[in-house]
Every structure is written in C-alpha cells, then in structure tokens.
Design a protein around this ligand. Structure first.
Ligand SMILES: Nc1ncnc2c1ncn2[C@@H]1O[C@H](COP(=O)(O)OP(=O)(O)O)[C@@H](O)[C@H]1O
Ligand SMILES: Nc1ccn([C@@H]2O[C@H](COP(=O)(O)OP(=O)(O)O)[C@@H](O)[C@H]2O)c(=O)n1
Length: 207
C-alpha cells in the first residue's frame, strides 16, 4: 500500500506520516529532507539557492547530509523552498522518491507533490493542513525546544512566504490532489489527528 501525505509547512504531515507508517508497518520517507539537503549543500558551497546552476550542482549531496542537525534549521527550510522551485532539481530527486514509493509492500511518503507527481497511483492520499497561526506556533515551539532562538512573528512570516512560493511555482506546486482527503489539524491534538488520518486511509482503501 502506498500512502501519500501532502501539505504546507508544519501542518503535521510528518507526524502523521510517521504514525501511519508505524500503524501499517510501512517504511516512511520525509521527502522535504531531500530538498533541505540540496538547500544546505548549496549554502555550504557558497552558492545561491535561487541560482539554477548552483542548485542543480548540489543535487549530488552526500547521504550523510540527511542526518546533519542543520537540515532542520529555518535557513535550510528557506533554501529548500528556493531550490525546490527549479524543475531540474525536482527531476534529479524524482526517481529516488518514486523507487521508495514503489518498493515491494509499499510505503508512506510525505511532502508537497506526493499525491500529484511522485505517486499519483497511491492507494490513499491525505492533504494535511492547519491555520498559518497554529502552524507557526507549532514550529516555534519545536525550534524553541531544540534551543534555537527565534521570534514567533519571524517564523510566521517564513511559513507564509514558503507557502506562497511552494503553491505558486509552475512545477509541481503544492496543491491538494483531486482524490486526496483534506485533514485540517488546526484544532486537533496529535492523537486525534492520527486517529482521523487512519480512518480516512481505511475509508479510501476499502474495496
Ligand atoms: N495536531 C497537532 N497538535 C499539536 N502539535 C502538533 C500537531 N501535529 C504536529 N504537531 C507538532 O508540530 C510540529 C510540526 O509538525 P510536523 O509533523 O513536523 O509538520 P510538517 O511535517 O508538516 O512540517 C512538530 O513539533 C509536531 O510535534
Ligand atoms: N515533496 C516536496 C517536499 C518538500 N519540498 C520543498 O522543501 C521545503 C521543505 O520541506 P519540508 O517538508 O521539510 O518543510 P516543513 O513542512 O517540514 O516545514 C518546502 O518548503 C518545499 O519547498 C517540495 O518542494 N516538495
């Protein structure tokens, strides 16, 4: 079974993706990490994530980058959003994601274009969202807990700018697939969001 979980920044798609993977005993891929790795690689090479050549060159990042703590930083999110708008960057990362989705037994993937581009054939698709204010509070709490000093209004601004760029790009924009169920987690606890996600998946895969 392939489960596609898409949605905007800090909506809870990773949390839900991991919980679904555990529930169904499937492997999970957070595809945002791939774009973050490219973004960080560009910055480390002294390049500009908005520059096409710099971004494409960084697509052969070392796998160790995926475990680098800096990958979770806000600088990495911004760089990821910039590199991900380049068509050739998306093309370079496509096969890796498709192969993960199509492994025997299936998988859970979360990102922006899983249900639309990476695995349009997915057995179940969720589009996870929450209000920008709630998403900013969640990301702020997450960063603060990790000891990162940030301001809530900066986090909100970053999230809104990233949403606008991810939704507005011409290639694989962030959009709810027509056959995806919407899961708004604004007023849901993590436990409730996961329970609802499982119910939605069950309803979609019912013969
Ligand atoms: N329903 C929820 N209620 C409260 N906090 C949540 C909820 N879902 C996720 N979180 C928290 O919000 C932060 C962002 O969630 P995450 O799953 O990483 O989002 P995304 O993958 O969409 O960026 C994490 O710290 C997570 O624990
Ligand atoms: N499938 C994906 C996943 C991420 N991305 C890009 O990578 C950035 C970081 O993604 P992420 O999922 O790690 O970000 P958060 O939602 O966790 O904040 C996003 O803002 C997108 O620009 C993408 O374009 N396509």
């Amino acid at each position: 079974m392939i489960i596609a979980v898409d949605g905007p920044a800090a909506s809870g798609k990773g949390t839900i993706g991991r919980a679904l993977a555990e529930h169904y005993g499937l492997p999970h891929l957070d595809t945002g990490l791939l774009y973050r790795a490219v973004g960080i690689a560009v910055l480390r090479h002294g390049g500009n994530p908005e520059n096409h050549a710099d971004a494409v060159k960084a697509c052969d990042f070392s796998t160790a980058m995926l475990d680098d703590p800096e990958i979770r930083s806000e600088a990495a999110s911004r760089a990821a959003s910039a590199v991900s708008a380049h068509k050739d960057v998306r093309a370079a990362l496509l096969e890796r994601q498709r192969a993960f989705a199509r492994q025997p037994g299936g998988a859970v993937l979360d990102g922006r274009d899983i249900g639309t581009v990476i695995a349009p054939e997915a057995d179940a698709k969720l589009f996870v969202t929450a209000s920008p204010a709630v998403r900013a509070e969640r990301r702020f709490a997450e960063l603060t807990k990790r000891g990162v000093h940030v301001m809530l209004d900066h986090v909100l601004h970053d999230i809104e700018a990233r949403d606008a760029r991810d939704s507005g790009r011409s290639v694989a924009p962030l959009i709810q697939a027509p056959d995806a169920d919407l899961l708004d987690t604004t007023n849901l606890t993590i436990g409730d969001a996961v329970r609802q996600a499982i119910s939605l998946v069950e309803a979609q895969v019912k013969p």
